[in-house]
Design a binder for this molecule. Structure first.
Ligand SMILES: [Zn+2]
Length: 221
């Protein structure tokens, strides 16, 4: 059996049997997985994180049949201290927990967010980058009305229709020069959208895509 080193963020801790701990993690190479920590609930507080949600650890992982077992912690890359526990962090972790499968590029997005100050702006950046990465929204590669492929940027897009609108189907309310967070934010602001509205809009879309409700959204109010 082979042991590998892996950097991972803890999304959720799930008490398991008497002493074991099951961690839902997002790893740099393994993507989203469940990790078993034998005696994880009894391990003395040697590690500051104590396997808390939102921590990023470098560990040794062994694959036993279809299970991943954490056999050791090499280093704690990031531990959120109490004052850093923010509603935005809980919401980000809940979103990543509820998404069925995630690849390694999502790890970098989450890592960047967790090690930031978890401000509204950091969260919005995470959310929008994630949606673009996963091609969830906005639909920028083909017209949301007729499905015709986009030729090139700049394009006309509609905040409310959810993406690119080709010239035959009318015109959107914003112009986009490229598909990254900064340009999206700039264009949305240009039409007078507030960041909070934009955030709610993206969260609504994600909830409907996943057919779920994010309970942590309550914390933002
Ligand atoms: Zn069209």
């Amino acid at each position: 059996m082979r042991e590998t080193e892996e950097q991972f963020a803890i999304l959720e801790r799930i008490p398991y049997r008497d002493a074991d701990l099951l961690l839902s993690v997002l790893g740099e190479h393994i993507g989203k997985e469940l990790l078993t920590v034998r005696s994880g609930r009894k391990i003395p507080n040697r590690w500051k994180s104590s396997f808390l949600e939102g921590s990023i650890l470098l560990g040794r992982i062994m694959k036993v049949k279809n299970h991943h077992v954490l056999t050791g912690v090499i280093a704690e890359k990031y531990v959120p201290y109490e004052q850093q526990y923010s509603p935005f962090m809980f919401l980000a972790l809940e979103i990543f927990s509820k998404i069925p499968s995630l690849d390694r590029s999502s790890f970098n997005l989450l890592e960047k967010f967790l090690t930031s100050e978890h401000r509204a702006k950091d969260f919005d950046q995470l959310l929008v980058s994630f949606m673009i990465n996963e091609s969830l929204q906005p639909s920028l590669n083909s017209c949301v009305v007729c499905g015709e492929k986009r030729e090139q940027f700049p394009i006309s897009a509609s905040v409310f229709l959810g993406g690119y609108v080709c010239s035959r189907c009318g015109s959107g309310d914003i112009e986009l020069n490229q598909a990254d967070y900064e340009s999206l934010l700039r264009t949305y602001r240009k039409v007078g959208e507030l960041t909070e509205n934009m955030r709610s809009y993206w969260l609504d879309i994600l909830e409907s895509q996943l057919s779920t409700k994010f309970l942590s959204r309550e914390g933002l109010k």
